[in-house]
Design a protein around this ligand. Structure first.
Ligand code: GLN
Length: 191
């Protein structure tokens, strides 16, 4: 069997870090930004960055439907931070462009100005051998889930990691630490 191709949506944000982190665990990962490149992937990461900018660029590059097709085919999709916002069906007080795939509502910049960025150790369901170091940067959190969406991690009662079948949404940035267990978890969704 050929190796799975992991695309990292490279329109804006920290796609280089995601690509490097996935390569560290032996995955074949490449930045993608055109619909035909997205369509050729077996799994896709939507990185952190600025969700309104990434959304605008998704429209400009016309990749939204290619990503929705991947989802329909059952390919694992993983959004971190801005990527989580773009996956969600509902965004509090926003009509910004989104993929709208994940049965969840998110609030942007939800931890408040005073705590722009911070790090904590969080246990995450499905990730063994202790908590993961979670780096939050102007992070959203999930305010509501429904349907088949499962909560994988919370911080102070706020939902910060979720999974719905082939969708993984994480409010923090595993690509910015040197722990690769969350990448391994995502790759296991290919099986
Ligand atoms: N605050 C950003 C947004 O709303 C997300 C921040 C991030 O991806 N680090 O899009």
């Amino acid at each position: 069997m050929r190796r799975a191709r992991i695309g990292v949506l490279a329109l804006q944000g920290d796609f280089a870090e995601h690509t490097a982190a996935l390569r560290e665990v032996g995955a074949q990962a490449d930045p993608v930004k055109h619909p035909e490149d997205v369509a050729a992937c077996d799994a896709l990461v939507i990185p952190g960055g600025e969700s309104t900018t990434i959304g605008r660029l998704c429209e400009r590059f016309g990749v939204g439907d290619a990503i929705r097709d991947l989802h329909r085919r059952g390919a694992p999709l993983w959004g971190t931070c801005a990527g989580l916002i773009l996956l969600a069906k509902e965004i509090v007080d926003s009509d910004q462009w989104r993929l709208g795939l994940l049965d969840a509502e998110v609030a942007r910049n939800a931890f408040g100005r005073q705590v722009d960025s911070f790090e904590v150790d969080l246990p995450m369901q499905g990730v063994d051998d202790g908590p993961v170091r979670a780096v939050f940067i102007r992070a959203p959190y999930v305010t509501r889930v429904w349907g088949d969406t499962q909560v994988l991690a919370t911080f102070e009662d706020k939902i910060v990691a979720v999974r719905e079948h082939n969708l993984l949404g994480i409010a923090f940035h595993p690509e910015l630490t040197d722990d690769r267990r969350v990448q391994q978890y995502f790759l296991s969704m290919l099986e």
